[in-house]
Design a protein around this ligand. Structure first.
Ligand SMILES: [Zn+2]
Length: 268
């Protein structure tokens, strides 16, 4: 376990970043508290883990902001949550990474478990990151998107939809996040293929679950699909398919768990 001084320093640094993100509108109040927990664990684990999380958070926040106004017109009526992340979203994206980081605290520095947990943590965050890239790039490009489930054209940004720019964004995101983990020293170069495979598998599970399992809702007033319980028009929506408990956060959690497991299975 890291010494108390390291923990306090990590908490102070994470609090500053979480507060700034809250002030900038990237995190809700409870989202900032969750980020403080995840951030403290990551930073206390060491500079590579802390640096990876901070880089991930900064880049995905910037990506969400780029062209937010432009995107808002296209997806405001569909997606359940906007650019402000709440506590559930923070844990869905960063929870597995934090657990992997925490696990290393009780291992000897030369234990093989370090290699496994580092691959798991890096792949979990890379999976969440590449899914974010896929969604943001696909939405930003106003790409023609198809629903995997129905094969029909749907608005870009719809869960379970695929588009050419979105799929390219996913692949590039998975590669960039894996290389960033290696560059920052979270993983060794030998672990790159396993982590990349984990990231791709996780982001793919995200898309597949989004297409078939995720709760779908319908607004009768607007006669349109949405993920919102209360639509932007003010009308209550009704369930129209999928599992009611499988919301976007649960799908993200499944993606990060998949990424971590695949990376650990493939590591040598
Ligand atoms: Zn409506």
């Amino acid at each position: 376990m890291p010494p108390l001084s390291s923990l306090l320093l990590a908490a102070a640094l994470s609090a500053a970043i979480a507060w700034a993100a809250h002030a900038a509108g990237s995190l809700s109040r409870r989202g900032a508290t969750a980020a403080l927990v995840v951030g403290t664990i990551a930073v206390a684990t060491g500079a590579p883990w802390g640096g990876y999380l901070v880089t991930w958070f900064a880049l995905t926040s910037v990506l969400s902001r780029l062209g937010r106004a432009r995107k808002a017109r296209h997806v405001a009526a569909i997606v359940a949550k906007g650019g402000t992340r709440d506590a559930r979203q923070v844990f869905a994206n960063g929870g597995v990474f934090a657990l992997a980081a925490l696990g290393t605290w009780w291992l000897a520095p030369d234990a093989h478990g370090h290699v496994l947990l580092a691959a798991a943590g890096a792949a979990a965050l890379a999976a969440a990151g590449s899914d974010t890239w896929a969604t943001e790039v696909g939405t930003w490009a106003r790409a023609t998107a198809w629903s995997l489930r129905t094969g029909r054209h749907v608005p870009a940004g719809t869960s379970g939809a695929i588009s050419l720019p979105g799929t390219l964004g996913l692949a590039v995101g998975a590669l960039l996040w894996t290389l960033t983990a290696a560059w920052l020293g979270v993983i060794e170069a030998a672990a790159i293929p396993a982590v990349l495979a984990g990231a791709l598998a996780g982001a793919t599970v995200d898309t597949l679950l989004g297409a078939w399992g995720q709760a779908r809702r319908w607004c009768d007033r607007c006669d349109g699909a949405t993920e919102q319980a209360v639509h932007v028009c003010g009308a209550s929506t009704r369930a129209s398919g999928g599992y009611p408990w499988l919301d976007n956060d649960a799908v993200n959690l499944a993606a990060t768990v998949t990424g971590a497991l695949v990376a650990m299975l493939l590591i040598r």
